[in-house]
Design a protein around this ligand. Structure first.
Ligand code: NAD
Length: 270
């Protein structure tokens, strides 16, 4: 068996904590959790208490230096600078805040040029396997996201347009535009549109529709793709994760499955 992969986690909230537990429980033979980083030191203390460990709290620079793979589960804001540092130091990067790469796609090119591995999970979305297969043969790609109104509270687009989410009583299209515009207007809510864009035809050509209704209990993501292969429709109806209603439980599972894919030798699916 080869050497264990040294893993450092940036962001110890819902997803980061689940990944830390997975490293220690399911993947302990292949991974070594070497450090944690968070803006909020209390999150690290709580996580260490939950897992009965004393994993080091490190600065971003220390974490990169000590890790083979840096896992981001913090915020899209941290992604560009973090990616730049990781690429410079030839480490691996798994980023949950996929939207952080929209507008900074040159970082993905830089990673490719240097042979640095970057992993972007499909999160709460399904169907990316076929989107990747179809690739440049895709003619149109649309994401329809359905959420309860409160899930969008605080989003820059809602604040800028003075939208009163409380007053919405029936199904309403709140946003229609490109994935590029969606990631700017809803940076915390729409990482899936970034993943779809990067797997398919880019953020300017990928369309996004966000529909809200008080009747929607969880978040649902539907993708509609047309291309030379025919048509693809794929939809998830997601249950929120127990500790963060904005994060679908499937996104947490996707993070763990992506890490498993990185650590394992056998890969299944596209
Ligand atoms: N790809 C997807 O489908 C998908 C799905 C859900 C969430 N996400 C993204 O993953 C990220 C984590 O989600 P979560 O549910 O675990 O969130 P969370 O709010 O539960 O946890 C985030 C943690 O990161 C920390 N943090 C915030 N900004 C930071 C910074 N600048 N530097 C260091 N730490 C910072 C917070 O203190 C918190 O502990 C979010 O950016 C979210 O948008 C992606």
């Amino acid at each position: 068996m080869g050497k264990k992969m040294r893993i450092g986690i940036v962001g110890c909230g819902t997803i980061g904590a689940a990944l830390a537990k997975a490293c220690l429980e399911r993947f302990s033979e292949k991974s070594d959790l070497v450090g944690l980083s968070d803006l909020d030191e209390k999150k690290i203390e709580k996580l260490n208490k939950d897992i009965s460990k004393d994993i080091a709290s490190l600065s971003i620079d220390e974490l990169i230096e000590k890790s083979d793979l840096i896992v981001e589960a913090a915020s899209p804001i941290v992604v560009p600078e973090l990616a730049r540092k990781i690429i410079d130091q030839d480490k691996g990067f798994m980023a949950m805040s996929v939207g952080g790469f929209i507008g900074s796609e040159e970082l993905l090119k830089a990673a490719e040029a240097k042979g640095v591995k970057i992993f972007l999970p499909s999160g709460a979305l399904c169907g990316l396997d076929a989107v990747k297969s179809a690739g440049s043969t895709i003619r149109s790609a649309t994401l329809i996201t359905r959420k309860p109104p409160r899930a969008l509270s605080g989003a820059p687009y809602i604040v800028k347009n003075g939208i009163d989410l409380e007053s919405i009583t029936k199904e309403t299209i709140i946003f229609e535009g490109s994935a590029k515009e969606a990631t700017k207007g809803f940076p915390k809510n729409i990482n899936v549109s970034a993943a779809l864009s990067l797997a398919g035809i880019g953020s300017e050509r990928t369309g996004v529709k966000i529909v809200v209704s008080p009747d929607f209990k969880g978040n649902s993501h539907e993708i509609i793709i047309e291309g030379d292969f025919g048509e693809l429709r794929a939809k998830t109806d997601n249950v929120p994760s127990p500790t963060n209603p904005k994060t679908s439980f499937l996104a947490v599972l996707s993070a763990i499955a992506t890490l498993e894919g990185i650590l394992k030798s056998v890969r299944i699916g596209t």
